[in-house]
Write a protein that binds this ligand. Structure first.
Ligand code: COA
Ligand code: AMP
Length: 624
């Protein structure tokens, strides 16, 4: 079927379209009520279907002849370890881990926070939660204790799973002291903390609360899959919003499984038995969907890579993994390719490996900038496909539907809306804009399966954040345009969210932290362009008249505060003390104007500016 036919079918009759796709999975009870509206007026998929995501991802394949096929390959250059699991082995490991959690009282609907590095236990414990009908919430290892504490308080988990350490290239990052600190500052105190002791660091254990992972596993009995409804939650994944409080994006079992299974053929052109590699981290949405769930739901082999694109040991690392395991499609963020390009611009390291298995390179997480796209095409000679998505959807909103009908690529575009997504570009008044004109990117309701149906515990915030700006539409927070051929160009966020090395961060949150410094009167944080990481945060800070320290010292303190509160991943390393902040007469800081000025992009100074000289002053101070 052509892309256009498939897309049109999904728009004309979404219920029949998705009911058909749902049949590709093995349900305990197939859904009859395909699309319904809940008590909050929100569309829900497959409400009366009964299933278990872990069953669909593991047991089903074992029962249907894939038991001896590899399910998971763990490759860890930072520990010099490699390990693989067949579907049977992985099912057994997951069942045992589920038994360990069950023994600790974890059951259907309970939350479990997972704060683990890229080790097999991360994937195993996510699937173990799914097996029990429990809801996991994975927290990325680069986040600091206060971020973990906010998630503990919001998700109120029964258990926390962690490890003694993670490894960043050659640095040991001790996780357990961070978990202890999060337990100390959080109001909600989980009953149990299960700790994976890694040889690289030994975690101090707190009697009565902490349990050794291996000891607990040794006495565990395997647990069976617990049936859940299609609308029961599989996980909560927190993502940055415009304020300090992250949003708990919820994902339902049914829609998630159906959408991801569909995506594996329609978007990624993968067949069961083939090897798929998402070079991301399980702490992010790409890791959830395409390291863990989608490849396994589809019967593929997935790769869990504990390393970096460079320095572990060199910029040939990705190509080594691809050739060693016969990876057919790789998926990562453009920043990873920019890091490789910086060190191996001629692709000499890649040339050392047999890459004949590699058929496609997929990029997402940030815009695939044309220079990186051109370089990838020239160097690796396979199709390079950008696709656009967010934590809120869990899969691509726009893509080149490679498994349906590969379309000509336009550099800088993520191609066309994926079936199910009615993408509309609106102006401030909510009117659709003409082709080639930039506006706010929205999706007409109902959203297709897998998209969030609320924010954990806060349906009002869900509605005010996403649904109220343009009634009848989901507001993505991204801006961009569609060209005459219907190709979508994502130009960046239109809110206080920035994208640093493919990591989504909130400048609003950074401002809240900086404003806590006793000498700071006011501040603005913007995301400035960076050749490697895409964007980097940059602060402008106005001090109180009473401030009594050197500017250098204050800047140092601010950088340390952001690192302590959010974590190293915030990469906040640049702040400027200014004597005035450019504002409108109504007091709104001109962040967008500042960003354009810093990035050397054209900008117009709004007529409502209160003090035009404030911009000139900053320009002179930064030597622009
Ligand atoms: N645990 C602890 N610390 C972590 C961490 C983790 N899981 N991940 C990152 N950090 C730390 C880093 O060590 C670094 O600390 P530093 O400031 O002390 O050096 C900081 O957080 C920033 O990390 P990062 O943004 O990753 O920068 P980097 O310079 O270490 O590496 C890249 C740059 C491009 C190589 C790296 O960002 C990368 O591989 N990106 C791939 C993108 C990706 O996976 N995106 C996910 C969505 S697809
Ligand atoms: P996250 O929720 O962490 O996946 O981040 C989602 C945000 O990343 C989106 O709202 C976009 O701003 C950005 N993004 C993701 N993929 C792309 C892409 N292919 N092109 C442009 N921006 C992207």
């Amino acid at each position: 079927m052509s892309y256009q036919q498939e897309y049109q079918a999904s728009i004309d009759d979404p219920e029949s379209f998705w009911a058909e796709k749902a049949k590709l999975l093995s349900w305990y009870k197939e859904p009859e009520n395909v699309l319904s509206v809940d008590e909050n007026g929100i569309h829900r998929w497959f409400a009366d279907g009964e299933m278990n995501t872990c069953y669909m991802a593991l047991d089903y394949h074992v029962e249907n002849g894939r038991g001896d096929q590899l399910a998971l390959i763990y490759d860890s250059p930072v520990t010099d370890q490699k390990k693989s699991f067949t579907y049977s082995e992985l099912r057994d490991e997951v069942a045992l881990c589920a038994g360990m959690l069950k023994h600790q009282g974890v059951g259907k609907g309970d939350r479990v926070v997972i704060y683990l590095p890229m080790v097999p236990e991360a994937l195993i414990s996510m699937l173990a939660c799914a097996r029990l009908g429990a809801i996991h919430s994975v927290v990325f290892g680069g986040f600091a204790p206060p971020e973990l504490a906010v998630r503990l308080d919001d998700a109120e988990p029964k258990a926390v799973l962690t490890a003694s350490c993670g490894i960043e290239i050659n640095r040991i990052i001790e996780y357990k002291p961070m978990v202890d600190e999060a337990f100390r500052i959080a109001n909600h105190k989980p009953e149990v903390c299960i700790v994976l002791q890694r040889p690289q660091a030994s975690a101090a254990m707190q009697a009565g609360r902490d349990i050794d992972w291996h000891e607990a596993l040794a006495s565990a009995e395997p647990a069976d899959c617990v049936p859940v409804k299609g609308t029961d939650l599989l996980y909560i994944l927190y993502t940055s919003g415009t304020t300090g409080k992250p949003k708990g994006v919820v994902r339902e079992n049914g829609g998630h499984a159906v959408a991801l299974k569909y995506s594996m053929t329609a978007i990624y052109d993968m067949q069961p038995g083939e090897v798929f590699w998402a070079a991301s981290d399980v702490g992010w949405i790409v890791g959830h969907s395409y390291i863990v769930y989608a490849p396994l739901l589809h019967g593929c082999t997935t790769v869990l890579y504990e390393g970096k694109p460079v320095m572990t040991p060199d910029a040939g690392a990705f190509w080594r993994v691809i050739s060693e395991y016969g990876v057919k499609a790789i998926f990562t963020a453009p920043t990873a390719f920019r890091a490789i390009k910086k060190e191996d611009s001629e692709g000499k390291l890649a040339a050392q490996y047999d890459l004949s298995c590699l058929q496609t390179i997929f990029a997402a997480g940030e815009r695939l900038d044309p220079p990186t796209y051109d370089w990838l095409c020239e160097t690796y000679k396979v199709p390079v496909l950008d696709h656009w998505w967010q934590t809120e959807t869990g899969w691509a909103i726009a893509a080149n539907m490679h498994g349906l009908e590969p379309m000509p690529v336009k550099s800088g575009s993520s191609t066309m809306p994926v079936p199910g997504f009615k993408v509309k570009i609106l102006d401030e008044q909510g009117k659709q804009v003409a082709a080639n004109k930039q506006g706010f990117i929205t999706i007409k309701l109902p959203l297709p399966p897998s998209c969030l149906t609320t924010i954990w515990g806060d349906v009002d915030r869900f509605k005010s954040s996403y649904l109220e700006t343009y009634p009848g539409y989901f507001n993505t927070g991204d801006g961009g345009y569609m060209d005459d051929d219907g190709y979508l160009f994502i130009m960046g966020r239109v809110d206080d969210v920035i994208n640093v090395a493919g990591h989504r961060l909130s400048t609003g949150e950074m401002e809240e932290i900086i404003a806590k410094h006793p000498m700071v009167a006011e501040c603005a944080v913007i995301g400035r362009h960076d050749d490697l990481k895409g964007q980097l945060p940059m602060g402008f800070v106005l001090l109180k008249d009473s401030a009594q320290a050197s500017n250098e010292q204050i800047v140092e303190e601010l950088i340390a505060m952001v690192r302590q509160e959010i974590g190293a991943v915030a990469a906040f390393k640049e702040a400027h003390i200014v004597s005035r902040l450019p504002k409108t007469r109504s007091g709104k800081i001109l962040r967008k104007t500042l960003r354009c000025m810093v990035d050397g992009e054209p900008y117009t100074v709004p007529s409502t500016i209160d003090d035009p000289a404030s911009l000139d002053e900053i320009k002179a101070q930064l030597g622009l």
